[in-house]
Design a protein around this ligand. Sequence first.
Ligand code: HEM
Length: 168
Amino acid sequence: MERRFHQEVDAVVAGRELGFEDVAKLKYTEMVLAESMRLYPPAWAMGRTAIDDFALGPYFMPKGTNIFLSQYVTQRDSRYFPDPERFDPERWRPEAKAARPRFSYFPFGGGARQCIGESFAWMEGILILATFAQRWRLRLVPGHRVQPQPLITLRPKYGMQMTIEERS
Ligand code: HEM
């Protein structure tokens, strides 16, 4: 996966400074980012309060009910993402994506309060990954414990100690 990511970055960017026009060409980079936000959604849950009585499938929610929707839980559901703990950017091929229900993946929420910065976040995420990968690769320091910590956003509880290596 890393090799493929590097190949794409090298082919598209070819040593220059990246620009907005590169974003649409960095397809595999986008798939890597999408898969990262599937397993580690920065917004891992969000809440709503029913302003009226509300029926949803077999559930009845009286007015005032607080409802939590969790990206972290839904995006690790094997009905939508077989072998859910495996990191696999191939899940984001257009055909695979189109075969899943719309809200099986919602790192930016949805509906009336959908994230206003979504397009900006995709753009900056793709450009940051590709800019970094032009020259560097990251390796987790052996033995470093990675544990998600669900605060308002999802954080690595003990940080992420990485070694930065120059790509030859
Ligand atoms: C990876 C980056 C980001 C993630 C995962 C993210 C996620 C979200 C989510 C899940 C919501 C909906 C919360 C809810 O419905 O309860 C939201 C709302 C919002 N986001 Fe983002 N966001 C990101 C980046 C940004 C950026 C870059 C901006 C601004 C430039 C931004 C501005 C907003 C605003 C203003 C809202 C509230 C929209 C409203 O309530 O009408 N976000 N975001």
